[in-house]
Design a protein around this ligand. Sequence first.
Ligand code: NAD
Length: 480
Amino acid sequence: MPQHDTLFIGGEWIAPSSNRTITVVSASTEEIIGSVPEAQEADVDAAVASARAAFEDPNGWSSWEPANRAAAMERFANGLDNRSGEIARLVSAQNGMPIAISTAFEGAFPSILLRYYAGVLKEAVFEETRPGMLGGQTVVRRGPIGVVGAIVPWNFPQSLSAFKYAPALAAGCTLVIKPSPETVLDSVLIAEAAAEAGIPGGVINFVPGGREIGAYLVAHPGVDKISFTGSTAAGRSIAETCGRLLRPVTLELGGKSAAIVLDDADLDLATVGEKLFAATLLNNGQTCFLGTRVLAPRSRYAEVVDTFAALASSLKVGDALDATTQIGPMASDRQRDRVEGYIAKGKAEGARVVVGGGRPSGQDKGWFVEPTIFADVDNNHTIAQEEIFGPVLSLIPYSDLDDAVRIANDSDFGLGGSVWTRDEERGLGVARRVQTGTIGVNTYAPDPTAPFGGVKASGLGRELGPEAIGHYQQVQSIYT
Ligand code: NAD
């Protein structure tokens, strides 16, 4: 059982300022699986001071030749790869992510991102000289923005941390990362890999803690930029602080995306089942971009209901560490309460439960909820408007394409989505009309090379793609 009594600050494992700890419990067995020290304000002060000193060191990380920074990032990636099995197991034990999914994502994606940004870094232009229109010329510099406060949620703790540290490191920034209390154990492995790779002390620091310590980091005078992934409610509060401080902020928030089934869609689960699952139910529904509102043409509504009912009933629910599990437990009892509250609300507002709606039999431990399909959902129902963050889908009928697009856009959110059709051109045409940061046609799979993020209440700014480096840079024009 991983029991840690030190914090990774300034490149060293140091004693915390208090003896308070965060104890982590398995989502599948409810047993205690480890603990880390809980960072206090004094620890955040020390972490920010270390990050600041590392950033301002004239021979430090931000002054390194890009090729040397890229090489260190590649060594960091190797260190994560060497730990990928342990990372996947720890993530699954903590948050209930089926091990097959955490192996494919949490164990693999961070090193892919580090190598991708190392490659972008090798090609990046940090300084260019532009001829002026009025005579003279301008040197345009893209320097690192400084010390980054990175706050991550529990649902994909490794990947979502890497969404931040990989481009930030490429830009030459230093970071203080605050993992979520539900998933602090795996963050220790990131620190180990960074240290082993020779990333200089102070460039990456970890402060495990809850929302108070997160809020303290956001407002800290030594921080230059905040990058946050989490709920819309927390994002609003963070944005208020950053607005007051005029502190740049990137926000990746919640979603309630639409999976739009067109009238010519292939509904054979043998061919599309896996992709439909990934786009609507991945990670027990605890994924921000999922198409949890399935929009179906009235002409094929019964068929779509049958398809999703068959998909949900076929899923194997079980312990997250079992390789055959497709749906694991919710990450916490609080999260299960929330999901069950929405299921009750769906029933009370008149939607019809086709499959699920309760707790699976045979699981007396763990925070399990049955995969649940609601039919006859109106887009105004609470379960169609609010993010549930569990394995619960709302099937909403539409009359024609304009109606489908109207319903898709009738949401406070705009993060993901998908269109299902045998005609890809037609699918692209519909995708262009949906107000969302990302969308797929017959698939949904974020790619490192393409910007990812949301519109409306789903966030501000983008992660991934070469564009993300720009969020960790400050542009300076020098006229000559
Ligand atoms: P949360 O907002 O409660 O917590 C996220 C993180 O922020 C945690 O580390 C938490 O300790 C911290 N935090 C909470 N309030 C804070 C505050 N006021 N100031 C500073 N830090 C604060 O969210 P959660 O329940 O952990 O995660 C689930 C949410 O994350 C969902 O709403 C989901 O949609 C969203 N999410 C979004 C994306 C995306 O890319 N858009 C990706 C994954 C998850």
